[in-house]
Design a protein around this ligand. Structure first.
Ligand SMILES: [Zn+2]
Ligand SMILES: [Zn+2]
Length: 247
């Protein structure tokens, strides 16, 4: 009886919570962080502003960069030097207004924006084979202390919940403090990030997705993917909200 009562009250509590959620959504519908209009359900971005984001058309499945007219299936770069990952999902160019959103998110503590990035990515990841884990690009402990949070981990947490994929933030660590890749030439970028990551414990995965907020040069995710390949991960995907076009 007591057990039954407890079950009943837990059930009752759940439905009360659901009702509160429904009323809350009705009273406070999501509003677009860019223009203030009503957002998509569960997303603080309206359809118009989402349509304004610079989408990468016809991307190379390998690196995510747009394929040239002469290229088919994979870009010349991926054909010549196959990357250590199988595919890249990075739907947008790193251009306004995304730059402002990412900057606010990353440097001005606007953590609620993680919901937009997770929502955008989830929309591009439906109906696909699920990786066993999402691995957010780790920050060095010093950078984590400076910023207070790992932006990739924040997106991964929400995305993992939406897609029902576990997030593994423990397997990989950033063992070397690196300067930001921006402003460095190609050689310096490569040297800057080399051996920047390490693995703790045994890696048991065959299929993972590395999540970075933005791919700038591609060196960071490549280095991390290389490390995971050495650990026996066969199938690696790269997920990010946007990517910059390397100069
Ligand atoms: Zn809007
Ligand atoms: Zn490519």
């Amino acid at each position: 009886m007591i057990v039954g009562d407890i079950l009943l009250s837990t059930k009752g509590l759940k439905s009360v919570n659901n009702c509160i959620n429904i009323i809350h959504k009705w009273l406070f519908p999501p509003s677009c962080v860019l223009c203030g209009a009503t957002g998509h359900p569960g997303l603080d971005l309206c359809p118009g502003c989402e349509a304004d984001l610079a989408r990468i058309d016809n991307p190379c499945p390998g690196c995510g960069m747009p394929l040239q007219a002469s290229e088919h299936l994979l870009c010349g770069k991926c054909l010549q030097t196959p990357p250590p990952y199988r595919l890249t999902i990075s739907p947008f160019y790193y251009e306004p207004p995304l730059i402002k959103l990412v900057t606010d998110f990353k440097f001005h503590h606007q953590l609620k924006l993680a919901r937009i990035f997770a929502g955008i990515l989830a929309g591009h990841l439906q109906d696909r084979a699920r990786p066993e884990a999402i691995i957010p690009v780790p920050l060095h402990p010093r950078r984590l202390r400076e910023r207070g949070y790992n932006q990739s981990q924040e997106i991964a947490r929400l995305l993992g919940r939406q897609l029902a994929i576990p997030v593994d933030s423990r397997l990989c660590q950033r063992t070397r403090y690196t300067t930001p890749q921006t402003g460095l030439d190609a050689k310096q970028r490569h040297r800057n990030i080399r051996n920047a990551f390490g693995v703790t414990g045994q890696c048991k995965y065959e299929h993972v997705a590395i999540l970075d907020d933005v791919i700038t040069t591609g060196n960071t995710v490549t280095e991390l993917a290389r490390l995971l390949r050495k650990q026996g991960v066969d199938n690696i995907e790269i997920w990010s909200v946007a990517r910059a076009v390397p100069d």
